[in-house]
Design a protein around this ligand. Sequence first.
Ligand code: ZN
Length: 332
Amino acid sequence: MVYLEGMQRVFSRVQNHVGERRMPTNVNVYVTDVTSIYPSDSPFTSVGADDRPYVVLRSRMDAPTREAALACAEAEAIHEATHVCAWTLRPPQRNPLVEREWNWLNEGTAIFMESEIAAGNPGFMRFVMDWVDKPEVSLPDPAAEYQAGMFVRYMAKTFGEKFVWCLWSESTEDQGPIAALDDALKAKGRDLRTLFHDYCMDSYFTCDPDRKSFFPRVHARFGSRLARETWRLTQGAATKEAATDLPHLACHYYRVHPGGCRFRVSLETHSLSLAIAAMGYSRDFPGDGSTREVLTIGSEISTNADQVIITVSNSHARPGPAPEYTLRVTPI
Ligand SMILES: [Zn+2]
C-alpha cells in the first residue's frame, strides 16, 4: 500500500506539470527479494524488451522498526516512480554514451522528488552530507549523482518544477542534459554560466530564507557547505593566497573574517569559465538585524559584515583539465 501510494503521488504530480504528455497508467512493479536477482539489495528501475520501464521493489527490509521500514518503502517508491516518469518523457536511447550522461539528472531528479513529496521523511538527507562537504566535486561526477538532487532542487525553486520535467520531455535524442539545460535557459534569456554561478553562491546559504537554496533541515544537520580556507584579516598583514585548480561544474568557498579591515580580492586565471563573487553576512545570520551584502570584486572592499563568503565557480560544461587559479585577499 505504501509503495502504491508513493508511486501514484509521483505520477499525478508529474502529470500536472507535463500537460498532454501522459504518465503511465499501468507500470509493471515487481516486489521481491532483490538479492535473489541482483548483486545488491537496492530497488531499481529498468527498461524491458518492450521499451517500457518497469520497477523492482524490495519485499524484505532490515530496517529496525516497522516505522523505519515504512518510511524507507515510501522514499524508495517515490524514487523509482520518478525514474519511470523520466524515462516515459524521454525514453532511453540506444546510444549508451548519451544515456550515461543523463545519469546525474536522473538520480538528482529522483532525490529531489523524495525531498519534496515525502514530507518529513529524512531518507534523502544521507546524500546531502557529501554535497555539503565536497562542493569541489563536479555536478555530473558518477560518484555524486545523488548529490545532484540539490542542483535539481535549485532549478525547481528558481524556475518551477515544470522546468525540470521539460528538460526530460523537450530534449532531443542526441542531447545530453547539459545541452538540454542550455537550450531551456536560452528560452528564458538565461545562460548556464550565470545560472551555475548563482547556484554555487546561493547554495552556501541554506540558512537564509530569502535564498532559493533555503533548506533549514540541511543547515541544522550539516551546517554550511565546506569552505576551503578560513582567513582572519588584520591590518597590514600579508596577502592570503590560495593557488589550486577547480573541475568543471564545481565550486570552492573561502570564508574571510574582515575584522574591520578594508581589503582587496583578486582572481588570477587563464580560464574564461571561472567566475567569482563575494557576499558579506553577519554572524547571527539569519537572526534579527542580520545583514547580507553583495560585494564588488576588484574594488576596495569595506564592510561591517562579520564574514565574507567568496565563491569561485567553474561553469565549463564539459570535462577536461581542471583550470588553475590563484585567489588573493589583501588587507589594506
Ligand atoms: Zn535511482
